[in-house]
Each structure stands twice: as C-alpha cells, then as structure tokens.
Design a protein around this ligand. Structure first.
Ligand code: ADP
Ligand code: MG
Length: 335
C-alpha cells in the first residue's frame, strides 16, 4: 500500500438551519486515498457530495458545521484546526478545491494572471510578479493551455477553456489533494474530455498527488478514477475499483445508478439511463435503517430495523446492504 495522502475517519458535518434543525449531509464518512491515486464519488443530487467536498477541506462556515470525526492530510490532522489557520496554511497548498460551477465564479473583469498571483501570494507573499508569471507560464504550457490566456480576462474565454483555466489556477501550488466537484458536468462532450485529460495529466506529472472527482454520473468515472465510492443520503454505500463498480456494482443503489446494459469496452451504457424511481430522502429526517430501503426493489423487513453496517468482500470491496453478494448477483441476473 502506498503512502496515505488523505484519510477521513467517521466524519460527520451538519447544516444548522434558521429553525435550528440539524441536517447531517455527511453522516459518518470514512475513506482513505493513497498517493498517486484518484477516487470518484458518485450519487444523485442531494446526496451530500458537495457537502463532503466542502467538509474535506476542514474549512467550515455557517450554516455548515463540523460535528465529529477526523480529516488527516499527509499525516496532519486538519479537522480541529482554527479556520484561519486552515485558510492560511492548508487551502490551495495542501488541498485544493474546485467548487461546482467554479468557472462561473471567476470575476470576468480580472486578468487570469491576477487570480494566480492571489493564490501564490496567500502562501508566498515575497514572490515577485515576474517569478509568478514565469511559474504560471511554464505550468500552463505543461498542461496544454496557451500562455496568452494569462493576460486575458475570464469573459474572453470559452466555457471549456475557463474551466481548465480554473483548474490550472487552483492547482498552481501543486497540492497533495485535489477535490473537484462536478468539474465537467456543465460542459459539452468535447470540453468534458479535455477537462478529464487535463486532470489526468496533473496526476501523471505529479502536480497533484491525489484526486477526488465528484459526479452525479457513475458511468462517467470509468477510465477517469482508480476507485469509486457511491454516496447516498449522507453515507457511503459502496466502494470498489472503477471497473468493479461499473461492471459489477453490488449495492442496489449503485446498481440502479449504473443501469443494467453496459458496453464492455467503454463502460458506457447502451440504453438511455433508467432513472431510479423516487428521490433521495430529506436529510432533516432520514429513514430508519438502510436509507435506500424506501426506493429499493429488493427491500426486506430487516432493512428498516437498525443501521446497516458496511460489509467487506474480495478483501478490498465493501458495501452497505443486508443482502449477501450471491443474493444480490442472483437478483440482478433475474431482473
Ligand atoms: N446551505 C444549506 N443549508 C441547509 N441544508 C443544506 C444546504 N446545502 C445543502 N443542504 C442539505 O444537504 C443535502 C446535500 O446537499 P449537497 O451536498 O449539495 O448534495 P449534492 O452535491 O450531492 O447534490 C441537501 O439535500 C440539503 O438537505
Ligand atoms: Mg453538488
């Protein structure tokens, strides 16, 4: 096993609403991410993916609050640090975060190089503009982005170029962990491919040392990340290698997200996505027992009794369901 870049132990974070209600959108997440590896996180809208992304940075501001658990980046526990320390020492340098719809958040009237100066100066106040320009130009060229972009404004760039630029800006300090929240979701297919190629190239060149890629489309992650986790209603319900998760998903929710007919070479489905009937539960008041039980075609009385634990098989795969591997495979065969 390689060096662990990111370790999360039973993390719980919550929104506190105006009415003083607690909403646990991250409810006991445990994960490990090794150096040089990428992890995909998939799940429908409202399952807590973006909240997990925010929470992993250890940077909390209302209405989101840390509740319990640990986040360790390359041996350093960041979950108990003062937000000010996190902002000054961790963000951008140890962990970089690309929020959902990041490209739309760029101030359109500012030159791209100014954003880079801001990121670099936050950690290295003594670096000169010339040093930063040289560093940015080298990095942009390494990543296949034209250096002239540095002197352009966000408004002059196409959507795809803007998104790749945001990624290059966010990773300029070569963070240990990159968390990208739906980085390609708003783009056309060609731009999507370019974004994914660039993220892979950041990994291959060692500019980032591990990556979390969040998406609502599980099949998209095939060929993009090493491992995949599926998240449902604030909890991880399954983890395995990308190949296993795409071709042999075990949890009924992962199975539903994947659909049933897949082209073997590409992992892409042959049919239109068959949406899972129903919607994720309201996290103000999640269902007892398995949170997927109300939507699960294979539900049994024992599913709604108590919490369902993760179970492990084939040494490294795990899923959260009362049914065994053989029972599930048999059920999927007969669908
Ligand atoms: N600002 C907020 N205030 C209160 N609850 C929120 C807020 N943002 C998100 N939530 C709750 O957290 C849940 C998960 O949201 P989110 O993390 O954005 O999911 P995803 O990224 O998977 O679509 C939502 O269903 C909602 O209940
Ligand atoms: Mg989201």
């Amino acid at each position: 096993m390689g060096k662990i870049m990111l370790e999360v132990k039973d993390l719980k974070t919550k929104y506190i609403t105006r009415f003083n209600e607690d909403i646990y959108a991250v409810d006991g997440v445990t994960l490990q991410l090794e150096e040089g590896k990428s992890l995909g996180i998939a799940g429908e809208s409202g399952c807590g993916k973006s909240t997990l992304a925010l929470s992993l940075m250890g940077y909390y501001f209302p209405p989101l609050h840390y509740s319990s658990g640990e986040i360790i980046i390359d041996g350093q526990t960041i979950s108990h640090l003062d937000p000010d320390v996190v902002r000054k020492r961790i963000l951008g340098r140890e962990v970089a975060y690309i929020p959902q719809a990041a490209m739309n958040a760029l101030n359109p009237t500012q030159k791209i190089i100014r954003f880079i100066e801001d990121v670099v100066h936050a950690h290295f106040p003594k670096k000169t503009r010339q040093e930063i320009y040289t560093m940015a130009k080298d990095r942009f060229e390494e990543l296949g982005l034209p250096a002239k972009v540095l002197n352009q404004h966000a408004v002059e760039l196409s959507g795809g170029m803007k998104q790749r630029t945001v990624i290059a800006i966010s990773t300029i300090l070569s963070p240990k962990v990159l968390i990208a929240d739906e980085p390609s979701s708003a783009l056309d297919v060609t731009s999507q491919k370019k974004v994914i190629k660039m993220l892979k190239s950041l990994m291959d060149k060692g500019y980032i040392r591990s990556m979390i890629f969040i998406t609502h489309e599980l099949p998209l992650l095939y060929n993009v990340t090493d491992d995949i986790m599926v998240m449902y209603a604030g909890k991880i319900v399954e983890r395995g290698s990308a190949k296993e998760m795409v071709f042999d998903p075990m949890h009924p929710y992962s199975h539903g997200l994947m659909g049933s007919i897949i082209v073997p070479e590409t992992g892409v489905r042959e049919q239109e996505l068959t949406a899972i009937p129903g919607t994720p539960p309201n996290l103000k008041n999640p269902p007892k027992g398995c949170r997927f039980a109300p939507r699960c075609p294979f539900v049994k009385p024992e599913c709604v009794v108590g919490d369902v634990e993760m179970r492990t098989f084939d040494e490294h795969r795990s899923y959260r369901c009362v049914l065994g591997v053989d029972e599930l495979r048999e059920a999927y065969k007969n669908e």
